[in-house]
Design a binder for this molecule. Structure first.
Ligand code: ADP
Ligand code: TYD
Length: 204
């Protein structure tokens, strides 16, 4: 059985950059790594990704959105994550259920209890180790905007929302020992070295 690692944080914190760098570093050390992401990570979940990330911010109710993210995650788990763990891979995912706990659980009405029940019912698993890449929302948003593209439904929610999400992630990290909080404001090399050290300590 392999190991299951995730990256979490607000938009533009540097998760994708660091997930890729950790995957490359571990492969360089001879590990077999599956690098994946959410929403998405399997063909079916990538189709759902387009539904949730593009279009009008008010396109879905909070409840419908929660069901779509959970459906995508279930497919990702069945088709990509579980098979990779069964092969003995280290699975690194750019976002997982903590994103739902924060984005759907606290930002649009208090759906937290529903999020937890649906997770228990349909997903039932969490990573062994989670890197929370922490950054102030101003920096995150300006990085995310600079990257541009069409997947802007969540970035469009604005600074106040990003602030609440940052606080939510930090609170969540404080109550679960699987979290490592990483200062994402430093240069990418320093952040990557910090994360690799922490990952190797965990894998040992
Ligand atoms: P996320 O996946 O959290 O949204 P990304 O890894 O896509 O973040 O990074 C968002 C943008 O910020 C990208 O353009 C990336 O090159 C840049 N970036 C990532 N990490 C850093 C860093 N430590 N310092 C400055 N810019 C960064
Ligand atoms: P992502 O592609 O990781 O965006 P970014 O690189 O900008 O962080 O995720 C897209 C958006 O989807 C992001 O704003 C967070 C949101 N999201 C949720 O709201 N719930 C979820 O369960 C997941 C996985 C993502």
């Amino acid at each position: 059985m392999g190991r299951f690692l995730s990256f979490e944080g607000i938009d533009g914190s540097g998760k994708s950059t660091q997930a890729r760098r950790l995957a490359d570093a571990l492969r360089g050390l001879g590990h077999s790594v599956t690098l994946t992401r959410e929403p998405g990570g399997s063909p079916g979940a990538e189709e759902i990704r387009r539904l949730v990330l593009e279009g009008d911010p008010d396109r879905w109710s909070a409840e419908t959105e929660l069901l779509l993210f959970t459906a995508a995650r279930r497919d990702h788990l069945e088709k990509t994550i579980r098979p990779a763990l069964a092969r003995g891979d280290i699975v690194i995912t750019d976002r997982f259920a903590d994103s739902t706990r924060i984005y759907q659980g606290i930002t649009r009405g208090d759906l937290a209890a529903t999020v937890d029940r649906l997770h228990d019912l349909m997903i039932g698993t969490d990573p062994d180790l989670t890197f929370l890449v922490d950054i102030d929302p101003e920096t995150g948003l300006s990085r995310a905007r600079a990257r541009a593209g069409t997947e802007l439904r969540f970035e469009d929610m604005g600074l106040d929302t990003q602030r609440r999400m940052r606080a939510g992630f930090l609170a969540l990290a404080g109550t679960h020992p699987r979290f490592r909080v990483i200062d994402g404001a430093r240069d990418p090399d320093t952040v990557a070295a910090d994360i690799l050290r922490s990952a190797l300590a965990h894998l040992a």
